[in-house]
Write a protein that binds this ligand. Structure first.
Ligand code: BGC
Length: 731
């Protein structure tokens, strides 16, 4: 008995000793909730506030200066924008957090990995044109792995702002004009970045941005206010964010924009009522760069302290680089303006992610040499596949493409031919131009021993220098075909890259006019980050291929589309307006009062290319839409099928886009809305069935301005290609 008593005492004392040595928050065997709870009650107010701040850790390529940079970082800071790809630097600063702060809380390293880290893949707008979300998941997983190996834990991606104004440079960063397409890619990319679990070695946290309505910046001018009606907010902008939250996105970024009077970075309704209360998001919101302080110029806060107060109280948990939370939150708590419980809730959200990522238990990343971190062949293959599937054949008169075997002389002309900088697109901060396979390299490789390539620059992207025209015409003299590669510099799209005209600079148009005069077949290859005004260029071209900004691996896919080894399969995720003045023009606008009137008198009513447009080298013959019923109850499902035959002479991929139209409702509906899509490959002569199961609650209901969904009985139409079939929904 005595012995038993003694041994239980020993056990009790050793448990106590263990407990004293290892605080609960450091105990891997406890739940994340317990660890967070334990840690928060140990933290001072100052330590808590520092967790809610993000500083920038400058791009530092000088190894000798790293100590200085490191010293400037406070060890208690919650997060850093880590602008390096050097895991050694990351571990050095992280060591500072672990060893020099009282509680050893690791920092969260975030950065904009928007379309790949070193292995840069096509811009998001291009990815959406692939209509292949699985490929986006794979690409994001590659980005996550390379980011992790570079020292990152968190990317400020995906951008899921539905964008319909091509003057706004940031259309490049999102998934185009359609809400459903953005929602699908939102979930797909979150899945890619975050993997099965945030704790996986190559998972990083995703960040849905820019919550919300940012793409409606007035006139496409970046950073301007956006007038978003409650109806549009719920109908157009909320779904991609909701889809990302449902997919588990750890964080969101609040936008710069003023949403009809209440800025996005201080909007209690969107940040707290909707995101935290309704959608039950348990992660956190980071402000956009400086968007807390921006409340002052926006006229929503009189001074910095009020800006910090308003953002924080609205539901922005982390202040990106403004440093206003560090300066004012503690003061606001001491003045009893901000309750401690709100600080604790914010800190809990931040710490929770750090635990989920495993940072407390494994704060350091593996330090591999650069040569072992990036460009694995299987990862580059994903970038190439994405480039291939995102290229869109816009025009192909008289089967100009693919080139036939009689073509022996090719003129390859234009500022994009040998470009390796602009093909990377905006936000490819860690991309290296020398790793880009240029158009020139791709074509040289593909046409080696088959055709001779005459190259000429022709002209620069802009300016007025036509001195290269003569050499271009000379290069085009005795050829069978001219391939002219033109487009935008990468800085012409992306952030703070609004344009009053989406036409290419006149010099490029003049080059094409000059080339047209040769009378040779003329193929245009376009590389750009937004839809272009092609009203003058399109009539000059026999074929047009949109390659967007394809990243590092676009050269070969492009060359193989030209040679016919690859059948193009991309479709536009955004409408190409006829002229800039036609903006906004998108497929799912509301129905006009007088459908045939009220249009611009000076141009056609039609844009140049609608959303969903994209040609193939083969023909897909669509059978009739078959419905399992023509009348269903609200609780029943309706199955729609269509059989498609590849009736052409080449294997190809077809994406079937299923639209629904609701001609009469208590809140008017858009002309048609994409509800589902599916992409499949069909061999020559092959028939395949495409099926869409309509779930009335999901596919036929619509939100009102409060987000409440309505499902109303009545007639609906299902639309595919040029077909339209009616069905009825009854109570
Ligand atoms: C952009 C964000 C970006 C942030 C951090 C801001 O200027 O609007 O999209 O994530 O900077 O780089």
């Amino acid at each position: 008995m005595k012995l038993l008593f003694l041994s239980s005492c020993v056990f009790w004392f050793s448990v106590q000793a263990f407990a004293q040595k290892i605080p609960d928050y450091k105990n891997k065997n406890l739940s994340i909730d317990k660890r967070v709870e334990d840690l928060i009650q140990r933290m001072t107010l100052e330590e808590k506030v520092l967790q809610l701040n993000q500083w920038a850790y400058g791009r530092n390529t000088n190894v000798n200066n790293i100590e200085e940079k490191k010293r400037a970082v406070r060890p208690e800071i919650g997060s850093l924008i880590f602008q390096s790809v050097n895991p050694v630097f990351r571990n050095q600063v992280q060591r500072k957090a672990i060893e020099e702060s009282r509680l050893g809380i690791p920092m969260l390293m975030g950065f904009d990995i928007i379309h790949g880290c070193r292995t840069v893949y096509p811009i998001p707008l291009a990815q959406a044109c692939s209509f292949n979300p699985d490929l986006a998941t794979q690409a994001c997983a590659v980005a996550a792995k390379e980011s992790k190996l570079s020292g990152l834990d968190w990317t400020f991606s995906p951008m899921v702002d539905v964008a319909r104004d091509a003057r706004w440079g940031r259309v490049a960063e999102g998934y185009g004009e359609d809400t459903y397409l953005n929602s699908v890619f939102s979930a797909a990319s979150v899945k890619g970045y975050q993997g099965k679990s945030l704790a996986d070695p190559y998972s990083i946290a995703a960040c849905l941005k820019h919550y919300i309505g940012y793409s409606l910046s007035e006139g496409g001018r970046d950073y301007h206010s956006s007038d978003v009606s409650p109806q549009t907010l719920w109908e157009t902008f909320m779904p991609p964010f909701e889809a990302g939250v449902k997919a588990g996105a750890a964080t969101l970024m609040s936008g710069f924009n003023d949403i009809s009077g209440i800025p996005a970075s201080a909007n209690y309704y969107t940040l707290t009522d909707v995101l935290k209360k309704q959608w039950k998001h348990t992660g956190f919101v980071v402000s956009d760069w400086g968007s807390v302080a921006n409340l002052i110029p926006q006229g929503f806060a009189a001074d910095k302290k009020e800006a910090a107060y308003k953002s924080f109280m609205a539901g922005v948990e982390m202040d990106m680089v403004d440093n206003l939370y560090t300066e004012y939150l503690a003061e606001l708590v001491n003045e009893k303006k901000i309750p401690m419980s709100k600080i604790d809730d914010a800190v809990k959200r931040v710490l929770q992610l750090k635990f989920q990522l495993g940072l407390f238990d494994k704060p350091y990343v593996v330090e591999l040499p650069e040569s072992e971190r990036y460009f694995k062949p299987e990862d580059v293959a994903i970038a190439a596949k994405m480039a291939e599937e995102s290229m869109v054949l816009l025009k192909n008169n008289n089967a100009t493409l693919p080139l036939n075997s009689n073509v022996k002389q090719i003129a390859l002309i234009g500022p994009m031919v040998k470009d390796s900088v602009n093909m990377l697109g905006s936000w490819a901060e860690h991309g290296i131009p020398s790793t880009v396979e240029t158009i020139y390299a791709g074509l040289q490789k593909e046409f080696k021993n088959k055709a001779n390539i005459n190259y000429a620059l022709g002209c620069d992207f802009d300016g007025n220098d036509e001195s290269g025209f003569e050499a271009a015409l000379e290069a085009a003299k005795n050829v069978d075909v001219i391939i002219a590669c033109i487009g935008e510099r990468k800085k012409w799209s992306g952030e703070n890259a609004s344009r009053s005209s989406i036409a290419l600079p006149a010099i490029q148009e003049r080059l094409i006019e000059a080339l047209k005069k040769t009378g040779k077949p003329l193929i245009l290859v376009l590389s750009n980050g937004r839809p272009l005004e092609l009203v003058r260029l399109e009539p000059l071209a026999d074929a047009i291929l949109e390659i967007w900004q394809p990243g590092i691996a676009g050269g070969t896919p492009l060359a193989q589309i030209i040679s016919g080894k690859i059948n193009p399969s991309g479709k536009l995720a955004i409408t190409f307006p006829l002229t800039t003045g036609q903006i906004p023009v998108y497929y799912n606008s509301r129905q006009p009062a007088r459908p045939t009137l009220g249009r611009y008198q000076d141009i056609s009513t039609q844009p140049k290319y609608w959303f969903g447009h994209g040609l193939s080298y083969t023909n897909f013959a669509y059978g009739d839409i078959k419905l399992s019923n023509t009348k269903i109850r609200k609780t029943e499902k309706l199955t729609a099928e269509i059989e498609i035959t590849n009736s052409g002479a080449m294997t190809g991929k077809e994406t079937v886009l299923w639209y629904v139209s609701d001609p009469s409702a208590s809140i008017t509906r858009p002309l048609k809305e994409l509800k589902y899509f599916e992409k499949k490959e069909l061999k020559i002569g092959e028939k395949r069935k495409f099926v869409f199961e309509i779930d009335p609650l999901r596919d036929l209901s619509f939100p009102d301005g409060t987000g409440k969904r309505h499902l109303e009985a009545g007639d609906f139409y299902l639309m595919v290609n040029n077909q339209k079939v009616k069905f009825e929904l009854v109570d």
